[in-house]
Design a protein around this ligand. Sequence first.
Ligand SMILES: Cc1cc2nc3c(=O)[nH]c(=O)nc-3n(C[C@H](O)[C@H](O)[C@H](O)COP(=O)(O)O)c2cc1C
Length: 355
Amino acid sequence: MNRSRAELGGIPTPIMATYFAQRASAGLLISDATHVSPMSVSSLNAPCLYSEAHVNGWRRVTDAVHRAGGRIFVQIRHVGRVSHPSRLPNGTLPIAPSSIAALEETFTPDGPQPFPTPRVLSTEEIGGVVDEFRLAAEHGLRAGFDGVEIHAANGYLIDQFLRDGSNQRTDCYGGFAANRVRFLLEITEAVVEVWSAARVGVRLSPHTAFGDMRDSDPVTTFLHAAAALNRFGLAYLHLIEGVSGSECAPQENAPRLARRMRTAFGGSLIINGSYTRPLADEVIASGEADLVSFGVPFLANPDLPERLRSGKPLNSAATNRFYGGNVLGYTNHSEDARGYTDYPTLGNPSLFNHL
Ligand SMILES: Cc1cc2nc3c(=O)[nH]c(=O)nc-3n(C[C@H](O)[C@H](O)[C@H](O)COP(=O)(O)O)c2cc1C
């Protein structure tokens, strides 16, 4: 999860190594969404993976996790239209499949502003963006990660291609679901040329409206994506389909997709979105998913696996400390530890000092 504790320019900091090592008892850790190029950036202190300095910074994180006995995948992301010229090289416009702005606001040096109407990627330019994901995957290997998760969820660039609310292209990347899935498949192909497919996962979020996302027929779009990914033999599909009533649950009258996507995908399906231990047991017993992932509960509980096993109560998250520093570009490292690396564990209950 993006916690915005990297240096300006996206170099991972030592505190990030501490944070992930504290959570090394996870079956699998997945890193912050990590930007694949200067044009892919959301906030300035989110981590990146396009330069040697990024590789070296992440190496400190992966070493710390491995020393603590854990495993960590890097999640690679391009945010596409949900960026702003104030954060992009030469003040340029963000890129997207179509010239459709996300009708939401973003932080800028001049206060909250609407997302701009993005510049449309030409058909010829798309291969260059695929190459950015390939390079990030190569860098991930050299940085010592155990695998890669392709972030195709939550309204970012790949999701913008998948859903017809943001993709109105008339070339082979737009129109029918088979065309809208093409960009994701080309990126997956590129990543599995670098990594064994058994070390690569993909994250999808059919119901998430975040980033002004919508699709006229999510059942067809996402079942098509799951079936098309089947051919690669990936480690997993990571589906955001929250428990009923959560932000990322299906809207009223919309069907849950997990069971059908699991069948179409044919491999392990991880499900996510406001799960608790009992609800996780339920969703696995029901056959909708093979595994459950935890976001907010894990950021607030470094020893989450032990707490889930023993039924001990969970710390609640300090939501005002979700993001460190400042999205506009300065970092304040003494502040950054608060609500990040100072959550108490069962063995050390005195750490909690960030509220
Ligand atoms: C502070 C914060 C940062 C997040 N960053 C990411 C991210 O970088 N990549 C991603 O795929 N999801 C991200 N998410 C979404 C979570 O991964 C997860 O889907 C969501 O919190 C629901 O799961 P949970 O109820 O277990 O927390 C973030 C959520 C929060 C609250």
